[in-house]
Design a protein around this ligand. Structure first.
Ligand SMILES: Cc1cc2nc3c(=O)[nH]c(=O)nc-3n(C[C@H](O)[C@H](O)[C@H](O)COP(=O)(O)O)c2cc1C
Length: 176
């Protein structure tokens, strides 16, 4: 297992989780799921999530259980869905409280539309000491999703010297 990289991920309906599982498998690194203890299930949960994102409102997240201290990882890969053109409030909560602890960060965002949400990366960078080093803006299930995931993996491999493991191509099937 590659102990210098960690994947941290929030996923409400499973799509980001699925992509991040593939990324963690390709990099042979830990994947830890983030939670903020808020019920975000169903239509009401989606509405709450959208409002939280628009207001940039965050709640404390449960402390992720990791093998090492967050600051010890050479690279943190943070995965989040896009909510109302922003990162999820759960990812924002992590960045707000612990962004300064991360040596270097790469982002994986997922969204329903095929738009590239590049502005989301800039919003997230505001919580870091230095800008992110790699990014992927993915529309799960769309043509090209696996290609852009693989481009992201290559960028991470070049940066870290990790040898990639083969990834099974599976479209995200979870619904919103
Ligand atoms: C509250 C809310 C707001 C969303 N806003 C957007 C958006 O602005 N643009 C978009 O393309 N998708 C948007 N989506 C769709 C999700 O980003 C997309 O389905 C994502 O891949 C879900 O990831 P998950 O299954 O990991 O939760 C939104 C979904 C929710 C629940």
């Amino acid at each position: 297992m590659n102990d210098n990289i960690i994947c941290l991920c929030y996923s409400r309906t499973g799509k980001t989780r699925r992509v991040m599982t593939e990324i963690a498998a390709a990099l042979d690194c830990e994947l830890v799921l983030l939670r903020d203890g808020v019920n975000r299930q169903g239509a009401l949960g989606a509405l709450r999530s959208g409002l939280d994102a628009m207001r940039k409102h965050t709640r404390p997240i449960s402390r992720p259980v990791m093998r090492r201290a967050l600051s010890d990882y050479e690279l943190v890969i943070l995965g989040t869905p896009v909510w109302a053109g922003r990162c999820s409030s759960v990812a924002r909560a992590l960045l707000k409280r612990r962004g300064y602890e991360m040596q270097s960060v790469a982002y994986v965002i997922t969204h329903r539309s095929e738009e590239q949400y590049r502005e989301v990366f800039d919003q997230m960078d505001k919580y870091l000491l230095s800008p992110h080093v790699a990014e992927a803006s993915l529309c799960p299930g769309a043509t090209g999703c696996a290609f852009w995931r693989d481009q992201f993996l290559k960028a991470v491999a070049e940066r870290t010297g990790v040898t990639l493991r083969p990834v099974a191509d599976e479209d995200a099937k979870a619904g919103d």
